[in-house]
Design a protein around this ligand. Structure first.
Ligand code: AHR
Length: 631
């Protein structure tokens, strides 16, 4: 192998490797958004879904609907206690497939209430899977009158439980109205009240992603337009955020009644904050006036498009405007006076056809005339080899699209075979965003898909081709990101979680290794003067990091034999006497990580001795190696 260290070919963008977030597989509600109470505001399809209610008498517990005065959060619970003693009136919440409870951890319980006079006491308890109490407290709401008040109480759990519940017992005399019954663990990310699950955010932070794309995916489009994602409904006080049924209930969930909702406690402000926390560029994707074409194919006519376009313009102001602007002030009032410095946005997700192109043109004109340097990501559908895709690519290139978003959910063979996909792409004009990809060990979205070493290895081979073509490919992200072991609708997924734990798949470690070893300039690596993309089952990319003066070699050996490679370095004055080698390897292509064995396929680091200007690298069978060496 020949590496021409002194002939940098292209810049690698800081955004090259990122993450794609969508509320699918309980990614947000029941996942990274740490709220433990399901249906906290009684707005689900069935108002008491998630709750088991015990009454003393008929009418003790009623769901009241104040639809005319509160359209965002109309329902609340009215509890009438008539000399109720312990055990008479109980509300038990099942959580999202149970509640993960950790021994000795603090739990922050809260609710909103109003009552004409104090008179009732609430006992709050965590229950283990057998119904035994494992911690709790009591609270006697003191405020009275017509206004709503918030009550809070914190307590520690006395045991660990994967599938716990929350029980609220109401005793005494009086009528109390309850809403937004909520509980968060005391160990949220950055200890933010009402925040996110720290272990899940940490897995993202550990990837040092260049960008985070949010909020999806198909949920951007909605099953129909009434169910599209509207960012303005996801900001401000949580009790005023209008929830939406999650599009991912329908097709794949196999549950009798839809129970998957987006409560938007994790909304656009929190997404921007998350991006900032993990050092990633925010990449919001907005609806382009078209619902999911796989579902309803509903479109907004062109003369109805203004509110959609206005949402895009207002989002830029929300992210970047100073406090003198309307939406900049909203952001500032939410606690972030400094701008989020948004530089790009996607218009449409997996939309296609002339209908998409004509809507896109309207968005592009409006956004670019106000913000000429702002970059727009355009969708190119889901079929990387099909006619629909060719049509769109042509149209988008004619429009001089900034960035074209390509999605590929394909077999591992496709990923190996497509390591050269971008070698022949036009070098001028539109850039590529590999916005969603994942190798499928079975059929796309099959329940039998596994995040095994074969899928990860094929992605690593493909990604060497993305990196080699970093002048064309500016961004890429695996999808979907998260899946809850008891609540998923789609496999494979990058990170698996249950109520207590999370782990990265082999695919996660591939993504992480590329991202942590990005470098900033591509340099040529060749075998007999050709790119290394499948000869002897080897795939390679080379980069330099001019800031740290390091050469970074990525080498995939997709064969079942160890391969001795020798790297000749052209243009290196001096090579350090040792380098750092990180290897991801398994002899078993079907190997997977799991809650019990989360690091079965995970990177192993070592130091290798070097001398002269040649590097001898032994690539183990079925391995992905990353070598860093000072030059
Ligand atoms: O990643 C899962 C889904 O795949 C996304 O929501 C959609 O964009 C794609 O079809």
């Amino acid at each position: 192998l020949m590496v021409k260290v002194n002939q940098p070919k292209a810049d690698i963008q800081p955004t090259m490797w990122g993450v794609f977030f969508e509320d699918i597989n309980l990614g947000a509600d029941g996942g990274i958004y740490a709220e433990m109470v399901k249906n906290r505001s009684f707005e689900f399809f069935r108002p008491l879904m998630g709750w088991a209610v015990k009454r003393k008498a008929e009418g003790d517990v009623l769901v009241v609907n104040r639809k005319d005065v509160n359209t965002a959060n109309p329902r609340y619970l009215r509890v009438t206690a008539n000399n109720a003693s312990k055990g008479d009136i109980e509300l038990v919440n099942e959580g999202f497939r149970g509640m993960g409870i950790k021994k000795d951890l603090r739990y922050d319980f809260s609710f909103m209430y109003h009552q004409q006079q104090p008179g009732v006491k609430l006992t709050v308890e965590l229950l283990d899977a057998n119904g035994k109490s494992i911690g709790g407290t009591t609270i006697t709401p003191q405020e009275s009158g017509d206004a709503w008040h918030k009550a809070t109480a914190s307590f520690n759990a006395t045991a660990t439980e994967l599938k716990g519940k929350l029980k609220i017992t109401i005793e005494g005399n009086g009528i109390i109205d309850l809403d937004m019954i909520s509980m968060f663990p005391g160990d949220t990310w950055k200890n933010r009240p009402g925040g996110m699950r720290a272990d899940m955010v940490q897995l993202l932070a550990d990837m040092k992603p260049g960008f985070i794309r949010f909020p999806g995916g198909c949920i951007v489009e909605g099953f129909d337009l009434s169910q599209r994602y509207q960012w303005k409904k996801t900001i401000g006080p949580v009790e005023e955020r209008q929830l939406l049924i999650n599009r991912w209930n329908f097709e794949f969930a196999h549950r009798p009644t839809p129970d998957y909702f987006q409560t938007f406690g994790l909304g656009f402000f929190e997404y921007f904050q998350l991006a900032e926390d993990i050092g990633a560029e925010p990449l919001p994707i907005l609806n382009c006036g078209m619902a999911c074409q796989f579902n309803s194919a509903e479109v907004a006519t062109l003369d109805e498009l203004d509110p959609y376009v206005q949402d895009a313009l207002d989002l830029i102001e929300f992210a970047n405007g100073d406090v003198s602007t309307k939406w900049g002030k909203v952001r500032s009032d939410m606690g972030h006076p400094t701008p989020f410095n948004l530089k790009m946005m996607g218009v449409g997700n997996e939309n296609w056809g002339p209908q998409y192109v004509e809507r896109l043109k309207i968005f592009t004109k409006a956004i670019k005339s106000k913000y000429p340097d702002f970059k727009l990501v355009n969708s190119s559908g889901t079929d990387p080899n099909g006619e629909r895709f060719d049509y769109l690519n042509n149209e988008l290139r004619k429009m001089n699209a900034d960035i074209i978003d390509e999605h590929y959910y394909r077999k591992p063979e496709w990923f190996f075979e497509n390591a050269k996909r971008y070698d022949s792409y036009p070098r001028n004009g539109s850039k590529i965003f590999g916005g969603e990809y994942a190798a499928q060990s079975d059929k796309t979205v099959s329940v039998d898909n596994r995040n095994c070493w074969l899928t990860a290895l094929s992605e690593a081979a493909f990604m060497t081709g993305l990196e080699r073509n970093a002048d064309v490919v500016n961004m890429a992200s695996y999808a979907p990101l998260f899946a809850h072991a008891d609540g998923w609708q789609w496999t494979p997924d990058l990170i698996w979680v249950n109520n207590l734990k999370s782990y990265g798949t082999p695919d996660y470690y591939v993504q992480q290794l590329f991202s942590l070893n990005k470098g900033n300039k591509v340099v040529p690596i060749t075998l007999n003067n050709d790119v290394v993309a499948g000869q002897d089952s080897l795939y390679a990319a080379a980069a330099i990091d001019t800031k740290t003066s390091e050469l970074i070699i990525k080498l995939v050996n997709a064969s079942n034999k160890a391969q001795e490679t020798s790297l000749s370095l052209d243009g290196v004055k001096k090579l350090a006497s040792q380098g750092s080698l990180t290897v991801l390897q398994s002899d078993d292509l079907m190997a997977v990580n799991s809650f019990n064995d989360p690091a079965k396929v995970s990177p192993k680091q070592s130091t290798i001795k070097l001398s002269g200007k040649k590097i001898n690298l032994s690539a183990a069978p079925y391995s992905f190696s990353v070598l860093r060496v000072k030059i």
